[in-house]
Ligand binder design. Structure first.
Ligand code: ZN
Length: 117
């Protein structure tokens, strides 16, 4: 196959981002480029209810490693399951309102163990 820019300065063979070698010589396992996730079954999500000013409460999901879990994705799933808004802050997922039963159920469905505190 001829590359589009063959013979020009743009004709750079593809190089592996992980090891810097030519992709044809790269021996990196494909997984090395993806973050390592921890199986949900081995983790316990902690659910707490926190009071906020003006009588508001938030359900907080904590105890999950931000590196070992896709917390953005998890936050999106929990928001959808609980039908509420929320945010991801410093590795903790905050859901507006008391949604502990629904959040617990959603987490367990994924495989996480849960604990209320
Ligand atoms: Zn490589």
């Amino acid at each position: 196959m001829t590359r589009l820019f063959a013979g020009t300065p743009w004709d750079r063979p593809p190089v592996c981002e992980a090891c810097g070698r030519l992709e044809s010589e790269c021996a990196c396992p494909p997984k090395a480029k993806e973050p390592v996730r921890i199986p949900p079954e081995t983790q316990t999500a902690v659910l707490t209810l926190e009071k906020r000013p003006k009588g508001k409460v938030v359900t907080v999901v904590s105890g999950l490693d931000p590196e070992g879990n896709d917390l953005d994705e998890l936050a999106a799933r929990l928001k959808a399951s609980c039908g509420t808004g929320g945010t991801l802050k410093e590795g903790r997922i905050e859901l507006q309102g008391d949604h502990r039963p629904a959040a617990e159920k959603a987490l367990q469905k994924i495989g996480y163990k849960t604990k209320r505190r």
